[in-house]
Design a protein around this ligand. Sequence first.
Ligand SMILES: Nc1ncnc2c1ncn2[C@@H]1O[C@H](COP(=O)(O)OP(=O)(O)OP(=O)(O)O)[C@@H](O)[C@H]1O
Ligand SMILES: Cc1cn([C@H]2C[C@H](O)[C@@H](COP(=O)(O)O)O2)c(=O)[nH]c1=O
Length: 204
Amino acid sequence: MSGRFITLEGGEGVGKSTQARRLAEALRAQGHEVVETREPGGSPGAEAIRALLLEGGADRWGPGAEALLFAAARADHVEKTIRPALAAGKWVVCDRFLDSSLAYQGGADGLGQEAIRALHNVGSNGFLPDRTLLLTLPADQAAVRAAKRDGDGADRIGARDAAYHARVAQAFRALAEADPGRFRIVDASGDAESVTARLLAALA
Ligand SMILES: Nc1ncnc2c1ncn2[C@@H]1O[C@H](COP(=O)(O)OP(=O)(O)OP(=O)(O)O)[C@@H](O)[C@H]1O
Ligand SMILES: Cc1cn([C@H]2C[C@H](O)[C@@H](COP(=O)(O)O)O2)c(=O)[nH]c1=O
């Protein structure tokens, strides 16, 4: 039997990593074998590309090079980690996936959805999640959570200005509204336990 591929999406600081851990634990408690993974990263090659993408100066890469690097990392992650886990009947919970490229590089950077989907077709044969949970939180609350975690140490992309992150949030919402079959929009406010309960309800 093949497993299920679930992705968590949303802007900086909304609680994706926290909820990926909690959701994986809850699914294990239901008896599933669960692989927790993340993007960029999730395989040795993709983790090496993560360091290239997230470290260094703001102008280290232009939008096109960045989109290609995310797609290359994703191709390796899908081939080496995600597909083998699903084929073994495991569930995969992934912190960010293609929709982050569509929202950040396609939306906020202006490359467009078509270009990002074309890269994904080349790298990963257009592979999509079974379910995508979009966590939403007002920008001021997300910024407080991210600042509490990062102080002044946000990564190359997280450190971009508020207007950039507003475009990301708008692009995520448009993606979810355009594909209600795959997406569920989940309120990320309140304590972590309440958010996990909402995610489990959205999955059921
Ligand atoms: N429900 C919550 N209430 C309060 N704080 C939270 C909640 N969920 C997560 N946090 C805290 O907010 C910070 C950001 O959470 P987390 O790292 O999970 O977000 P993220 O969406 O993965 O962020 P990024 O995309 O920037 O990596 C962390 O310090 C985390 O402990
Ligand atoms: C997968 C993916 C990620 N990004 C950006 C979003 C964040 O700023 C970082 C990842 O950091 P996190 O703490 O692990 O969330 O990378 C992107 O711009 N495009 C993508 O495809």
